[in-house]
Design a protein around this ligand. Sequence first.
Ligand code: ADP
Ligand code: ASP
Ligand code: MG
Length: 417
Amino acid sequence: MNHIDYFERIKMALIVQKYGGTSVGSAERIKNVAKRVKKARDEGHDVVVVVSAMSGETNRLVALAHEMQEFPDPRELDVVLATGEQVTIGLLAMALKNIGVDAKSYTGWQVAVKTDTAHTKARIEEIDGDKMLADLKAGRVVIVAGFQGISSAGDIATLGRGGSDTSAVALAAVLKADECQIYTDVDGVYTTDPRVVPEAKRMDTITFEEMLELASLGSKVLQIRSVEFAGKYKVRLRVLSSLEEGGNGTLITFEEDQNMEKVVVSGVAFDKNQARINVRGVPDKPGIAYQILGAVADANVEVDMIIQNVGCEGTTDFSFTVPRGDCKPTLELLNNLKNTIGATEVSGDDTVCKVSIVGLGMRSHVGVAAQMFRALAAEGINIQMISTSEIKVSVLIDEKYMELATRVLHKEFGLDK
Ligand code: ADP
Ligand code: ASP
Ligand code: MG
């Protein structure tokens, strides 16, 4: 069935609503979600709901898996992790039926969210919307398990932590939904995590580019891939509270507001999922960066910040950051390679974090990075690594200063005003 024909006929809005872990964290909360969905139905909208596992459940499953294997088999880990969302979809369908709303739940593989085979961080490749459209046409609410799909090898695959956001936006793109609403435990996107800085301000709108940076730099309010999807398919994406009534939340916009450039820094993000690897005393010759980072890339480890020092007496030092969970395997790998690459020492530090400032206005302002470094220095916070792009500056620091640095930078750039 062609969705264009379908929507021309019924002249209704189609909304994809996503509810995160806290929003479905108890039987009461699931009943509350059912009421919200019913409200949208009563207003005449077609609704597809994507849900996460109940809060704490995915962490519990991860911990169980680690009791079986130090590094759980990725395919089997996905089999375990995907169960969390399956519980929530069934419960929500029951809650809806109980208040007179026809609904049907589906796991990721049932609606055919097709992914690649990168277990625990699979990418969505294709979704077949027909089954969902048929249910909507029959007047049903469609409930889909977030965070999961079926790989090209026919196995259950999960989309990485926070992946239900991506499931929702991808479904909204395929179904050409009028809006994708991400309901969570805060009432929108803030200038920084409001749990760390109570003075943080909610933004009515945020540009797509800024949201993309904030998400990639650790603001977990939206998974980075969900923002990428929204950009690619121009999905109208909004973040709202599932716990409070009313409010328009934060809309992610694709046009730049004229006033935007006046705001130099619009948000501060932090990320504890970081570890620094140091390789010392390697020969300062062509190909050395490739020898080190090539091996790391072959092990499927994502490298972020990189520093190579200026060589001295024929040798140089090399540092880079990896996700914290990859620290130990990366160190093992490089220790095995130590003699081949001629390094004198390989070491790692997984007590670091990355703090970043983001803003479109940085494009047209100079001295923003210097202002950031001065503010951190005034608090005695040592910077270990720096990386910059047109609209962000990131620093790697000791994790014990993470909250202090976030608060200081939030104030320094006037975000509490
Ligand atoms: P859900 O379970 O609904 O997916 P998450 O915990 O993944 O919720 O994301 C919501 C959380 O993101 C908030 O509770 C907040 O602590 C955190 N967060 C981090 N940065 C921001 C920000 N800039 N604006 C709003 N929330 C943020
Ligand atoms: N339940 C998964 C997680 O905790 C996916 C999600 O909530 O988006 O990461
Ligand atoms: Mg989330």
